[in-house]
Design a protein around this ligand. Structure first.
Ligand code: TXA
Ligand code: MG
Length: 304
């Protein structure tokens, strides 16, 4: 079933049931080399799917990170327990795990009594769903149930931090920022670049993509270009110079980048449904959550 998290809607299956997990891959048309994130109800449940380097417990860095960022939009990649099915981890010796911030997600995991493996509830490669109707529109026929928890407050997928890498590596930027993680761990962190042979398919150059071509502007938008047909504009705060667009989405009328993140995917879906030939997107400053917003925009803009 699909369920809300604070980041995006997930399509969940019992992480220990390979047949259920296989249906998730089938419904999403997701390649089996792409591992799923396992969702648990609390940090004490991480040991059900992950283990430490030695025999006892999990990595000692998990506790301080869990203290600061869980429940919340941070996924940790850790050595896996052998009991986790290969389909969940795509045969890797690591597993991605997080404690979601949305109370409905944690209630669901508790009620299920099992860790829940869940990718975003969208067809592979498309924009992630941030509302229940996004899930219904694309996967409605194929899934058993959607739990409607309203719009997702964060709106971008979780930050993924690999503690299996040495030094630790941010595989996907998100609402938990590099600066926050560096402060919590007391070490500088690298951010993985896009790669064709991904550690996380969220790293694929083209992902989170609309069908309509999208181009990122160098600065605030001016008038719509002539002779490219119907042009849409994805703006951050809006500009009086922007005129002549067939559709306009303003992501952060309040000027807050967190609002831009929360509105991004729903706005991309509306623009993608507006019969446009091109979408122009304004850039935002690349610090804090702005880095994650620009990461998703660049993947959407990447040539097909
Ligand atoms: O916010 C989120 O993380 C949402 C919600 C539903 O929790 N989930 C999500 O899942 O974005 P998905 O499958 O769309 O993206 C998960 C990413 C994939 O790119 C996957 O490759 C990566 O996490 N991942 C999972 N396990 C991994 C592992 N063991 N090593 C490296 N990357 C991993
Ligand atoms: Mg996804």
């Amino acid at each position: 079933m699909a369920f809300p998290t604070e980041t995006v809607y997930g399509l969940g299956a019992d992480a220990f049931n390979p047949a259920a997990v296989a249906r998730v891959f089938e419904v999403k048309a997701r390649p089996s080399f792409d591992p799923l994130i396992v969702h648990v109800a609390g940090a004490d449940e991480v040991v059900r799917v992950a283990r430490g380097k030695g025999t006892a417990g999990v990595d000692p860095r998990v506790a301080p990170l869990a203290e600061r960022f869980w429940p919340g939009p941070l996924t940790l990649v850790l050595p896996r327990q052998p009991a986790v099915p290969d389909l969940v981890t795509a045969g890797l010796d690591t597993v991605g795990v997080r404690v979601p911030g949305h109370p409905a997600a944690r209630a669901l995991i508790r009620a299920a009594g099992t860790p829940v493996a869940a990718p975003s509830a969208n067809p592979f490669g498309y924009v992630s769903p941030t509302q229940a109707d996004h899930v219904l529109a694309q996967l409605g026929e194929k899934i058993d149930l959607v739990l409607d928890g309203g719009p997702c407050p964060v709106g971008l997928e979780s930050t993924i931090l690999s503690l299996a890498a040495d030094p630790p590596l941010i595989l996907r930027p998100g609402a938990v920022t590099r600066e926050q993680l560096e402060a919590a761990l007391g070490t500088p962190l690298e951010v993985a670049g896009p790669t064709e042979r991904p550690r996380a398919p969220g790293q694929l150059p083209r992902h989170y993509a609309t069908r309509t071509p999208l181009h990122i502007l160098d600065g605030p938008a001016g008038p719509a270009p002539a002779d490219v047909g119907r042009v849409g504009l994805l703006a951050i705060i809006g500009s009086p110079r922007a005129s002549g667009y067939a559709a306009v989405e303003i992501l952060a009328p309040d000027g807050e980048l967190a609002s831009a993140a929360a509105n991004l995917f729903a706005a991309l879906r509306r623009l993608d449904a507006a019969g446009l030939d091109l979408v122009l997107a304004e850039p935002c400053p690349e610090d804090g959550i702005g880095r994650a917003i620009m990461d998703r925009l660049r993947r959407c803009a990447s040539p097909r």
